[in-house]
Design a protein around this ligand. Structure first.
Ligand SMILES: Nc1ncnc2c1ncn2[C@@H]1O[C@H](COP(=O)(O)OP(=O)(O)OP(=O)(O)O)[C@@H](O)[C@H]1O
Length: 243
């Protein structure tokens, strides 16, 4: 099957850095896969995610994304092209940074559609549907700062999917949550995979990685292991329905 995402010889050297943060990484991600990226602090996990998602431009190598409209060579896009790709084709769930505390849950999700040119009324209707799908019906008008950490991550997951992104990137999505809430948030991300999306998740949490179909481990910017798990779908349902 054609990978949805393919990195070849991916290298990133930060200005002034002595060693490369990413060193000749090769990685293929199949459509519908859930891939956990693990490794010690400083091993290059976030740098890899940012290069795969077009947030950072690598200093060497290539990243190819199979969009609905054909193959996109992410590393050769300029800043505007990568911003458009992120806005229109990719979904992001980060621990913090993408959501605005002073906006309501509904506005935080709807704004992602409005940035893509969708009129406000339609954007809000789509946002409300996603918030309800993620168990937040009745909380649409709450400001983000008035939601719990787990509820805020549900808003982030709604925002990541509202535009129809087929590929989701998450960076420590459960890092600030207790273990029960982490399991619920992971359930929702794995629901997205069951619904046909692809997930690449950076995590320190072995429980998160254990429920993904595959774990890639980095050390000093290199892939040192890449392990597929059998029966990942069964594992995904272990705490399924806990929300
Ligand atoms: N903006 C930057 N400028 C210079 N060096 C950086 C920058 N960001 C990260 N690095 C360095 O690149 C290497 C990889 O960092 P990265 O954040 O990708 O690691 P990580 O595995 O995600 O770490 P953590 O688990 O602590 O978040 C580290 O040595 C880090 O110090």
């Amino acid at each position: 099957m054609t990978p949805i995402l393919s990195a070849r010889n991916l290298t990133l050297r930060y200005p002034g850095g002595t060693a490369p943060a990413l060193d000749a990484v090769d990685l293929d991600v199949a459509p519908g896969e859930s891939v956990a990226i693990m490794g010690a602090s400083g091993s290059g996990k976030t740098t890899l995610l940012h290069c795969l998602a077009g947030i950072l431009r690598p200093t060497g190598g290539s990243v190819t994304f199979a969009s609905g409209a054909g193959l996109v060579h992410v590393e050769s896009l300029d800043d505007d092209g990568r911003a458009r790709l992120r806005r229109e084709e990719l979904g992001f769930v980060f621990q913090q940074g993408l959501l605005l505390d002073e906006l309501s849950a509904l506005e935080n999700v709807a704004v992602a559609r409005m940035l893509a040119g969708v009129p406000r009324a339609q954007a809000e209707a789509e946002a409300a549907r996603w918030l309800a799908h993620l168990g937040l019906a009745g909380l649409e008008q709450r400001r983000l700062g008035e939601l719990s950490g787990g509820q805020a991550q549900r808003v982030a997951i709604a925002r990541a999917q509202v535009g129809g992104a087929r590929l989701l990137f998450a960076d420590e999505p459960t890092g600030a949550l207790d273990s029960a809430t982490s399991a619920e948030v992971l359930d929702l991300l794995l629901d997205a995979v069951r619904e046909g999306r692809t997930l690449v998740v950076v995590t320190h949490d072995p429980d998160v990685a254990a429920r993904c179909a595959r774990t890639v481990v980095l050390r000093d910017g290199r892939v040192v292991s890449d392990t597929a798990r059998e029966h990942a779908a069964d594992r995904a349902s272990v705490t399924g329905g806990a929300r």
